[in-house]
Design a protein around this ligand. Sequence first.
Ligand code: ADP
Ligand code: MG
Length: 300
Amino acid sequence: MKDDDFGPLEPTPQAWLDWTSAKQALASDPARSAWVSANAGSGKTHVLTQRVIRLLLSGCRPSAILCLTYTKAAASEMSNRVFERLAEWVTLDDDALDDRIAAIEGERPDLLKRQEARRLFARALETPGGLKIQTIHAFCEALLHQFPLEANVAGHFSVLDDRASATLLADARRALLTATASEDDLELTEAFATVLELADDTGLEKLLSAIVAHRTPIQLFLDAAAHQGGIDPALRLALGLDSDETTQTALAGFWPLKGLNGAAVERYIGMALSAGGAKVTEVCRRLARGRKTDRPAAAL
Ligand SMILES: Nc1ncnc2c1ncn2[C@@H]1O[C@H](COP(=O)(O)OP(=O)(O)O)[C@@H](O)[C@H]1O
Ligand SMILES: [Mg+2]
């Protein structure tokens, strides 16, 4: 919906309020699919609350409505607002209630609709499996509990909170490290030695955390690698390396660098050394050293 669908706006507060309310009415119309994005405090929760109420007013079963939020605070705010509004409708006099409904729906209700509106509070509370306003996490957890077989999870699982999971991971890490100290598992011991050689023990910590954080893609890679003849062939395939490529052949492929030993570089080094600052001088020294060596890895 474009802003100019409403024609030019008078620069008055009332005009802006009317414009906002008209847009909110469109977005809360249950017959439309709507995507709302707006600044904090501009009325998003208001629109969502209104949409739920209009769904209920139009005869929708409370148990057929699902509202998902990201935080628990947002879920309880939504729930409070819906129930506050419906609770108020139980006790309002007819005229006032008709006004409220007209403000939401754009027309005054007939007798039947007014009576129905008064009963909404009780219906929303009493329907088994009532109105569902919950976080997306709670919803997913409930789904997994309902379909453990399909999801391939243990039937009576519970979800760890962040602190418990950090404790368990730390325990597992400690168990892993002490197990390798006993040198029962030669391959694992060697793997640890390699990592410690490349990085110190904080590097090992970081590596283990990264593995845990990316365990799903890593597992997928390992499964795929098993079909491609192992990790080494799988990595070579992914990186476009021949099966007989080694560090030496790769280096030999581009070393000596074309032109590195030419007169132009020679002249540049001379000029830079006489005119340059500390950084330039350092780079030139290295360049000069690289020109002399015949060991590509060291030169690189
Ligand atoms: N059309 C409206 N008429 C009256 N009050 C409104 C309207 N739209 C929003 N509000 C009020 O503005 C405040 C902020 O709205 P809220 O829905 O919480 O915003 P958001 O969720 O976008 O942060 C709330 O108190 C809400 O009741
Ligand atoms: Mg909000």
